[in-house]
Write a new protein. Structure first.
Length: 84
C-alpha cells in the first residue's frame, strides 16, 4: 500500500493552514492574537493551529509569548516588501 499521497496531502494541508495563519496574524498586527482566537477565526482544529504556530515560530516567522501570537520582525519586513 502506497501512503505517499497521504503524506503529500498532509504536508499541503499544513502549508495551507500555515499560510492562512501567517496572513491573519500579519493582517491583525499590531494587535496580538491568541491560539484560541486563531482557531475560531480560521475554522481549524486547535491542534492544527498549535502545530502551525510551532512550525512558523521555528522558521522565525512568528513569536509566541505565553498564549499570544505575534509576527516576527522578519515576517513584518517580508510583508512590507511584498506590498511594494
Amino acid at each position: 500500500m502506497d501512503h505517499r499521497g497521504d503524506i503529500h496531502s498532509t504536508a499541503e494541508d499544513d502549508a495551507t493552514i500555515e499560510s492562512a495563519l501567517l496572513q491573519k496574524v500579519l493582517a491583525l498586527h499590531p494587535a496580538a492574537v491568541t491560539v484560541e482566537e486563531l482557531t475560531r477565526e480560521l475554522g481549524e482544529t486547535q491542534d492544527d493551529i498549535e502545530r502551525a504556530v510551532r512550525d512558523l515560530a521555528g522558521a522565525g516567522l512568528l513569536n509566541q509569548s505565553e498564549s499570544l501570537v505575534l509576527p516576527s520582525r522578519a515576517a513584518l519586513r517580508f510583508d512590507e516588501l511584498m506590498e511594494r
